[in-house]
Write a protein that binds this ligand. Structure first.
Ligand code: G6P
Ligand code: MG
Length: 220
């Protein structure tokens, strides 16, 4: 039985992928190459520095560590500009009702994100109080697909891994959750998220299932 639900942030609670993409595209542009939307899938769930390494590889560019740190900081400043205007209206459909329903049932909730901006985003969205624990990119040493962020979230909640269900939109995140020994529900395309136990398009589907006690509910 599910005692805790652990949520990824980017792509699960809010679609920040489009802002990350805009900022990376701007960086690529300044370095003189194009960054296509298709390549963006590779960056989902991946840490800032690892994302930069992937982009530079795509552009065929080599930079010193100091230069990498500078470009990463520049990208983050642009990203912060984009998310600065974010409001609760950008919370993905069904998320808030689902979180409330879990809490009513006594199920613990946590956020487990690779992003160092997770705290700021939660503040912008006004949903910080809906999580019993928040573990972000500042709190862990090893990025997804390493299980550390999920293991840490479960420990903070005091729930064993086998009683946790993770909600993830990224291949790297699903691998991390599996590595932690947790069940995973993918949010997105089942053709991409092949390692998830179950894939749903969005949380409005899950809410219906929970209300009616239909098959997906059994998966929880
Ligand atoms: C999430 C996103 C990634 C992003 C990472 C780090 O996992 O899916 O695209 O690179 O967080 O985010 P940050 O806000 O710390 O740069
Ligand atoms: Mg994500």
């Amino acid at each position: 039985t599910m005692q805790a639900a652990i949520f990824d942030l980017d792509g699960v609670i809010v679609d920040t992928a489009k802002y990350h993409y805009l900022a990376w595209k701007r960086l690529a542009g300044e370095l003189g190459f194009d960054f296509a939307p298709e390549d963006n899938e590779r960056l989902k769930g991946v840490s800032r520095m690892r994302s930069l390494a992937i982009i530079l590889e795509i552009g065929g560019i080599r930079l010193s560590e100091a230069e990498q740190a500078e470009w990463a900081a520049r990208k983050n400043a642009w990203y912060l500009e984009y998310i600065g205007a974010m409001t609760p209206a950008e919370i993905l459909p069904g998320v808030v009702p689902f979180l409330n329903r879990l809490r009513q049932r006594g199920i613990k909730t946590a956020l487990a994100s690779a992003s160092k901006n997770a705290g700021l985003i939660l503040e912008k969205l006004g949903i910080g109080p809906l999580f019993d624990a928040v573990v972000d990119g500042n709190a862990v040493a090893k990025a997804k697909p390493d299980p550390e962020v999920f293991v840490t979230a479960a420990a903070r909640l005091g729930v064993p891994a086998g009683e946790c269900v993770v909600f993830e939109d990224a291949v790297a995140g699903i691998a991390a959750a599996r590595g932690a020994g947790m069940a995973v529900i993918g949010i997105g395309d089942p053709r991409i998220l092949t390692e998830a136990d179950l894939v749903i398009a969005d949380f409005t589907r899950l809410n219906e299932a929970l209300l009616t006690g239909e098959p997906s509910d059994a998966a929880l």
